[in-house]
Design a protein around this ligand. Sequence first.
Ligand code: DGY
Length: 331
Amino acid sequence: MSDKPLVLLTHPLPRAWLGPLSERTRLVVGPADVAGLAPELEPYLAQAEGLLTWLTDRVDAALLDRMPRLRVISNYAVGVDNIDVAACTRRGIPVGHTPGVLTDAVADLTWALLLAVARGIFTAAEDARQGRWGLWSATRWLGADLAGRTLGIVGFGAIGQAVARRARGFDMRVLYTSRTPKPHAEMTLAARRVPLETLLAESDFVSLHVPLTPATRGLIGEAQLRRMKPTAYLVNMARGPVVDTDALVQALRQGWIAGAALDVTDPEPLPPTHPLYHLPNVLITPHIGSATHGTRERMARLAVENLLAGLEGRRLPRVVNPEVYEVHHGR
Ligand code: DGY
């Protein structure tokens, strides 16, 4: 039997993106079409020393209890809301993630969605395709202006700041919320930190970029949607549960806001019969923020670096729970 450590990759990734992973470990790969940890991986849990997860896999204390030899978890995502990080820390298991490498791709898609929903591009394109073009019209397919309008960015980490950087090219005023002030970014991006209530009331576009935590779950509910301008648009690039879906449906039906663009939904995937698909002022994409060839490959390479570092007893290049290195843990 090989002395290489056993690693579970919960779903397949292109081999070329995995670098030295298959040479340095005994790799067991789960199937593509099963959400979460597939039954095929069960027989390997007790022996696995490394686990490479997707954002659709739930890693909780019950799973960790079944993986007594686990030494590192590497999430193929920047968000780690699918992982009980505290439970990992208690067991001394470092958790890696993939920040930085996807910042531009997510910021780009934010703007693609913002522009598409503001200008009704999907409706106009579909009308053209379906033969509903007709004579040029001065009043059909009218959308919203961007120049001089206010963009409110909820969550001013790397992605929120990259969205703000792009807003300068559109001559927009930028407001943001963040737990801590970001004086350098404020100066370079001409962005102003305000309370969430102010941001919601003053913004023409509200773009969400917070991680999903107990504090941000349901952050945008009925009260917050009612605070927004009836001409404003909501863009969600964060995680679906940051927005109360039922309240959003109500807001869009009753015209509390003008429209929404959602790259993430609650639940995911959003079932095809969901009322959100039947509203004309909503654009939904299937969680593709980081979906460019280069970005998804860079994410894989970073996830592999994190995993190998953990297996070799080195500090993970991008670790979510650095405190794991500071305290002594019993299992
Ligand atoms: C993430 O990384 O958290 C995104 O949602 C998927 O790339």
